[in-house]
Ligand binder design. Sequence first.
Ligand SMILES: *[C@@H]1O[C@H](CO)[C@@H](O)[C@H](O)[C@H]1NC(C)=O
Ligand SMILES: *[C@@H]1O[C@H](CO)[C@@H](O)[C@H](O)[C@H]1NC(C)=O
Ligand SMILES: *[C@@H]1O[C@H](CO)[C@@H](O)[C@H](O)[C@H]1NC(C)=O
Ligand SMILES: *[C@@H]1O[C@H](CO)[C@@H](O)[C@H](O)[C@H]1NC(C)=O
Ligand SMILES: *[C@@H]1O[C@H](CO)[C@@H](O)[C@H](O)[C@H]1NC(C)=O
Ligand SMILES: *[C@@H]1O[C@H](CO)[C@@H](O)[C@H](O)[C@H]1NC(C)=O
Length: 404
Amino acid sequence: MKYYFTLLIVTVYLFGRGDIRGYEDRILNENVGLNTESLVTKYNYPFEYHSTITEDGYILSIHRISHSPKNLPNQENERRPVIFMLSGLWCNSGAWLLTGPEKSLGFLLADRGYDVWMGNNRGTTHSRNHTTLNPDKGSAFWDFSFDEMGAYDLPVMIDYVLNYTNQEYVTFIGHSQGSTAFFALLSERPEYNDKIKLAINFAPAVYLSSAQNPYLPYVNNNINKIKITLKLMGIHEILPMSPWIFNTSNKFCNDDAITQDICMELIFMFGGPSHDQFNKTLINVITTHIPAGASARQIYHLMQTYDTGLFRKYDFGKRKNNKIYGTPEPPTYNVSKVTVPTFLYAGGRDWMADVKDVTKLSKELPNSIGIQIVDNMSHIDFVWAIDVVPLVYESVFEILEKYT
Ligand SMILES: *[C@@H]1O[C@H](CO)[C@@H](O)[C@H](O)[C@H]1NC(C)=O
Ligand SMILES: *[C@@H]1O[C@H](CO)[C@@H](O)[C@H](O)[C@H]1NC(C)=O
Ligand SMILES: *[C@@H]1O[C@H](CO)[C@@H](O)[C@H](O)[C@H]1NC(C)=O
Ligand SMILES: *[C@@H]1O[C@H](CO)[C@@H](O)[C@H](O)[C@H]1NC(C)=O
Ligand SMILES: *[C@@H]1O[C@H](CO)[C@@H](O)[C@H](O)[C@H]1NC(C)=O
Ligand SMILES: *[C@@H]1O[C@H](CO)[C@@H](O)[C@H](O)[C@H]1NC(C)=O
């Protein structure tokens, strides 16, 4: 483990900097470097940018594809079923689009007549702003974890979409930590059950104690050292969107680079290996959008969830917990309050949201409408696998037809 970490850091530092000679020639995939808007409009889909502000001042952007060029509205005010999507840790709306209109869920849902809205959680590329706090100065901006995404981001985004579209409810589609925010919100504020007609969650990161990721025990055992080191270095943001990662990826991960397989294995470190489902040509499109940034506390909270096996609020330590929550232990989220009809997907190759943990969650939900275990999916395959349409999305379309 240590060896891999050291190797990763040394590689990135030694080779990652400096200019990229011949960089343009190596762009074999024309979607490399296209931001969300350009990616959407390139395929003639309408792109809309919306923004809203949370109670605690974060300025969030929401991206919308209101319809597809293949499926134009019949009339001016046609009301289409609204789908609200929320991506996982280190991801933003780009995750629902980066494989293009043939394979990405954002496009495919628009083709099927849905009004597609894609949220961006606080701290990620398109939501890295605040009314008073500066993300580049000090730690205050970064004092959040998935608790705040459930408590502030998701409800304000859903309310914005409902108000804007003048509809009564949305269908929620979440991936990984997007799903975590969904379960956190509905456990705490059950009145939101009435605003969501149906929820589909891919690889929900709610229980993590069975996670097979071999790096997690190492990180977990060293979490205090990691915390102190990052704090001393003044690092509060982990893996932000950076031209430097993008350039490094363009240099070492393109189809001509002998190092491309190393890039692939680095990506597999997070969600699990899935060689036959990963399209290596897409790496530089992926690094155009991901990583999109996260707070250090998000990672600590994830590690707490892994360590305790409990889905509960952030643990500040006994003294501060007493002050904030009034109890020495953080409160547990009660997922039996989630009454929205909910369908879960779990991947057999997922290193984070293990099939056992997703099954456990499914059993605790009072209104589970099913769980599907897809053997060949890793954690992130749910957004970019080569066969994601036949293996996963076709059944998603059926569930949507049936329930909306
Ligand atoms: C951040 O938000 C402020 C308004 O509070 C705005 O003036 C500024 O342009 C925004 N910055 C970016 C990078 O969007
Ligand atoms: C709801 O939408 C209307 C226009 O679509 C806007 O004027 C109003 O400010 C919105 N209200 C909220 C609470 O966002
Ligand atoms: C990334 O590459 C571009 C194009 O070669 C270059 O202009 C830019 O300075 C590079 N940025 C960094 C941070 O390396
Ligand atoms: C991989 O992605 C590239 C670029 O989008 C695409 O041309 C190619 O068909 C994809 N390969 C597979 C096996 O899906
Ligand atoms: C969780 O919520 C359910 C449904 O509201 C309730 O019956 C149960 O007592 C709650 N459990 C805890 C530990 O609060
Ligand atoms: C899943 O992967 C295995 C190899 O790991 C392969 O034999 C099988 O055909 C794949 N199944 C599907 C449905 O792609």
